[in-house]
Design a protein around this ligand. Structure first.
Ligand SMILES: Cc1cc2nc3c(=O)[nH]c(=O)nc-3n(C[C@H](O)[C@H](O)[C@H](O)COP(=O)(O)OP(=O)(O)OC[C@H]3O[C@@H](n4cnc5c(N)ncnc54)[C@H](O)[C@@H]3O)c2cc1C
Length: 165
């Protein structure tokens, strides 16, 4: 597929977070734009399905943005489907109670998460989630490379990247 991968930006703008099919001599390769938690999770799913993929991340290095994240049972259902539920579960802890506060810190609403979502929720740092997904991925993220365009026809698609910073 590398022969069809173009290091220029002549094709249409690519929408962040979408993947384009890139057909090469040995079958389709999925191009994932962005190594955020969405892109990494998609990579894990494709890896387990044995579908070739590449992840391009425009940032020079992967850094978790934000502090923490809470995942509920719907997320764990998806993670179970791709076989990484246990790893992600282990990197977090139970989120028993959630509070919504005003600007002075006074509690407006207090929710027992087990009442709110079936199976409860898990909280984790974004750094831990990212590292867990990277560990499960079994492939490298190609940093410093932005997807800048894609072209789609009925039968096939092509993604293009800049040479990257
Ligand atoms: C304050 C806040 C709190 C949140 N809390 C929760 C929560 O508790 N639970 C929850 O489930 N969700 C939460 N979310 C939502 C969650 O963070 C997002 O749904 C999730 O980060 C989306 O992941 P992503 O990989 O699609 O995008 P991102 O995490 O935004 O990652 C996108 C990546 O793509 C890269 N990129 C962008 N354009 C290109 C390009 N053209 N080529 C190559 N790379 C590119 C970027 O550099 C980035 O690394 C929260 C969001 C915010 C803002």
């Amino acid at each position: 597929m590398v022969g069809q991968y173009r290091a220029d930006s002549t094709w249409m703008k690519y929408h962040v977070g979408c993947a384009a099919m890139l057909f090469g001599h040995n079958g389709p390769v999925i191009i994932i734009a962005g190594g955020g938690i969405g892109g990494l999770t998609l990579g894990c799913a494709l890896s387990r399905a044995r579908i070739p993929f590449r992840i391009f991340e425009r940032a020079a290095e992967l850094r978790p943005l934000g502090a923490g994240i809470a995942l509920s049972s719907n997320a764990f259902q998806a993670l179970a489907y791709i076989g990484i539920e246990d790893q992600v579960w282990e990197c977090g802890w139970e989120l028993a109670v959630a509070e919504i506060c005003d600007s002075q810190g006074r509690v407006l609403i207090r929710v027992q998460m087990r009442d709110f979502t079936a199976g409860g929720s898990r909280a984790m740092t974004r750094a831990d989630l990212q590292q867990t997904l990277l560990g499960a991925l079994g492939a490298k993220v190609e940093t410093g490379r932005a997807v800048v365009g894609y072209q789609s026809t009925d039968a096939r698609g092509r993604a293009s990247c800049d040479a990257g910073r």
